[in-house]
Design a binder for this molecule. Structure first.
Ligand SMILES: [Zn+2]
Length: 222
């Protein structure tokens, strides 16, 4: 196989997001530039916004940490494999935690105003006519989580390095519409997280604000 051709590449600064169209045969790579970052990821069918990735269905099929070889499923009544995880150098992702929001930061941590994944995601999706109500539960890339003995979910600091990455490909199932209609819309959003979540999590210490991480989205032809 020849090397994939790079179609586009962009750097996602902390606290920002970007919507990307991924057509059949293309690969989306999300890569760490400086390491130590998470990304909230949403995925919609480009031609039917009511079909989107469903974290509940996905974790039932692939567990709490879907990685290479897993599919990202949409909800019933469509319930189809939308994306395939082609590569994953870290093997850590999360489908337990919902996106953070302005309400969470205000109610739980006392920040009257705070950047949050819901608002970032809504802004990134807005150019496709989607509204804040359309943001769905996030697939949390690179995020390290678990469940304690009492059944509560927890998160721990992740230790990704520059160059760590994940690759996503449209799943190309035969029961789906033909090529041109099979494209999907992606919105990948880096969490403010190493800032927001760490600052907000009492267990990890409040007030740590060194935001240094960035991520790149690389868009490839296979
Ligand atoms: Zn967040």
């Amino acid at each position: 196989m020849t090397s994939p051709q790079v179609i586009s590449e962009s750097v996602i600064e902390p606290g920002t997001g970007k919507a990307i169209e991924l057509l059949q045969g293309q690969i989306l790579r999300v890569e760490q530039i400086e390491g130590g970052q998470c990304a909230d990821f949403n995925c919609f069918n480009l031609h039917d916004y009511k079909e989107f990735m469903h974290c509940g269905r996905t974790r039932t099929v692939h567990g709490f940490h879907p990685t290479k070889g897993s599919f990202m499923w949409s909800a019933p009544p469509r319930e189809r494999a939308m994306l395939y995880i082609l590569e994953d150098t870290v093997g850590r992702n999360d489908v337990l935690f919902p996106r953070c929001s302005a309400y969470v930061y205000e109610a739980s941590y006392g920040f009257a105003v705070h950047t949050n994944c819901h608002d970032i995601q809504a802004e990134a999706q807005r150019e496709y006519g989607l509204t804040p109500d359309d943001v769905h539960d996030s697939f949390n890339l690179f995020m390290c989580t678990g469940v304690d003995a009492d059944g509560h979910a927890f998160m721990t600091r992740q230790t990704t390095k520059p160059g760590d990455h994940k690759g996503f490909q449209e799943s190309n199932h035969q029961d789906r519409p033909p090529a041109a209609a099979r494209s999907e819309l992606y919105a990948g959003v880096p969490k403010y997280a190493d800032r927001g979540h760490r600052a907000a999590d009492p267990a990890l210490g409040r007030g740590s604000r060194d935001v240094r991480g960035r991520q790149a989205h690389r868009h490839l032809w296979r």
